[in-house]
Ligand binder design. Structure first.
Ligand code: ATP
Length: 247
């Protein structure tokens, strides 16, 4: 059985002459909550778009649970769920109608049963008949996660999952991420700027700087590599300042 949920080998993406991601070698073990950090424009979204098969690499390769993102893209799509920063839901439809629509698109078996199960999983079966347009951002974020889980993926990509949420909403989404990881065994790959959440939730962390992976390790090991720095935030800011390659 493949040990790595994500494994990239020299993954590279150019936009014209601009190199967005350069020779990225990254391994995320199964069962991790991986926090993918980096400044605006570092290449995080480009990496996620390649790993979710939405964008082709210019060079290099990547595997999701051993399946190649280009040659076996259909196999990859079955294994992954993707929650973009602004989840795509139809505001005039109810939660149920939205979920039925997306379940049909992904060919989910017994969609009625699965939708109820997934709404229970996110802790809010009572939202089923709510119109999406009446939901708060935090509620929509949870429904976006529910939608991405319909086909039972083993790996969930989350783009800025707590962006624009208040502290309570941020904590709720964090709790849900940990539950999905611990209770369902779902590997999480999340792109975020919220360093406090990363330090609290993530079992491994990667910091991208101008398309290069600067460091990728557990928080504990990262703190050991920077003995003069007390927090992930200090280390992150130091890396941004130095742009120094450690691993
Ligand atoms: P942010 O945190 O702001 O979302 P990011 O780390 O996700 O940033 P990317 O969006 O991947 O970074 O962008 C990486 C680089 O690629 C940037 O220089 C950006 O301007 C460039 N870029 C991204 N998308 C395109 C595109 N479609 N066409 C041309 N250049 C692009």
């Amino acid at each position: 059985m493949e040990q790595f949920a994500v494994k990239t080998n020299g993954l590279t993406r150019l936009y014209g002459t601009n190199t967005a991601v350069e020779h990225l070698n990254l391994k995320v073990q199964k069962g991790q909550i991986f926090g993918f950090l980096g400044h605006n424009g570092a290449g995080k979204t480009t990496t996620i778009r390649m790993l979710t098969t939405l964008l082709s690499p210019t060079d290099g390769s990547a595997e999701i649970f051993g399946a190649d993102i280009v040659k076996e893209n259909l196999q990859v799509r079955k294994k992954i769920g993707y929650v973009p920063e602004n989840v795509h839901l139809y505001k005039d439809l109810t939660v149920w109608e939205n979920m039925m629509f997306f379940a049909a698109l992904s060919g989910v078996q017994e969609p009625d049963r699965r939708i109820l199960e997934i709404l229970e999983r996110i802790g809010h079966p009572e939202w089923i008949d709510f119109k999406v347009g009446t939901l708060s951002k935090g509620m929509r974020q949870r429904i976006g996660i529910a939608q991405a889980l319909l086909h039972k993926p083993s790996l969930l990509f989350l783009d800025e999952p707590a962006s624009g949420l208040d502290p309570e909403g941020t904590r709720d989404i964090g709790d849900l991420i940990v539950q999905l990881n611990r209770e369902e065994g779902i590997t999480i790959f999340m792109n975020t700027h919220q360093l406090g959440e990363v330090a609290k939730l993530c079992t491994s962390i990667g910091i991208l700087n101008h398309g290069h992976m600067v460091i990728a390790d557990s928080l504990e090991n990262i703190l050991k590599k920077f003995p003069d720095h007390a927090s992930l935030e200090d280390i992150y800011l130091q890396i941004e300042k130095d742009r120094k390659v450690i691993v």
